[in-house]
Ligand binder design. Structure first.
Ligand code: DGL
Length: 218
């Protein structure tokens, strides 16, 4: 039996952490990874630009017979997934900031969402806040250059630490990693938080959703 092929996309290295988890949990899949090193980072670009970049890449996934596309990019998911679902007749699993679990878990009623500017300005993100975090203070620290810093493997530890200290000093007890690039600095963020705040990222729910979608394939 040929292996079921799936595509995993991110602008850059963000997808790799998701792929690691997929390969561990679902080793029977053939996983094709594509990124867009020419245009990364996406998080400071316009929606129209991003749409123009991802369309040909998604078409390549289709041409290569991928049965599912995992959009391992919060920026693309929150801004474009409904449109991409209409344009490409293949099931898609997206990734978006985990506001719902953070809002449920917070005791201080303050959470911090680390994400790209384009994710934070998306309608979907606004909806998530309205739906799940009405009575909660949501801090959105400036992480606008984190994706590039991580992509280029030049993480400025002190600057990340300062951002995290700052949200914790404002009482945040949940820190949402709303960009897959930031998964690579999860250990650093946890070290700085040192038990004062939980760090939440959505790889686990994505695997669960992917398993569900795979079961529904005919
Ligand atoms: N890793 C992506 C995300 O989850 C995009 C980062 C970027 O290209 O700015 O949002």
């Amino acid at each position: 039996m040929p292996k079921v092929k799936i595509g995993v996309f991110d602008s850059g290295v963000g997808a790799l952490s998701v792929i690691q988890a997929i390969q561990k949990e679902l080793p029977e899949l053939k996983t094709i990874y594509k990124d867009d090193k020419t245009h990364v980072p996406y998080g400071t670009r316009t929606i129209q630009e991003i749409h123009g970049f991802v369309r040909p890449i998604f078409q390549e996934f289709i041409d290569e017979d991928c049965r599912v596309i995992v959009v391992a990019c919060n920026t693309v998911t929150t801004n474009l997934i409904p449109q991409l679902r209409q344009e490409f007749a293949v099931p898609m699993v997206g990734m978006e900031p985990a506001i719902k679990p953070a809002a449920k878990a917070t005791k201080s009623k303050v959470i911090a969402v680390c994400a790209t500017p384009r994710t934070l300005s998306s309608q979907r993100y606004g909806w998530l806040k309205k739906e799940y975090a009405q009575d909660i203070k949501v801090l959105e620290p400036d992480c606008s250059d984190w994706a590039l810093m991580i992509e280029n493997n030049r993480v400025e530890h002190d600057r990340v630490a300062k951002t995290i200290e700052d949200v914790i000093s404002q009482d945040a007890d949940q820190i949402v990693l709303g960009c897959t690039h930031y998964h690579w600095i999860e250990a650093l963020i946890k070290e700085v938080a040192n038990g004062r705040a939980e760090v939440i990222q959505p790889t686990r729910p994505v695997i669960i959703q992917l398993k569900r979608v795979l079961q529904q394939l005919s």
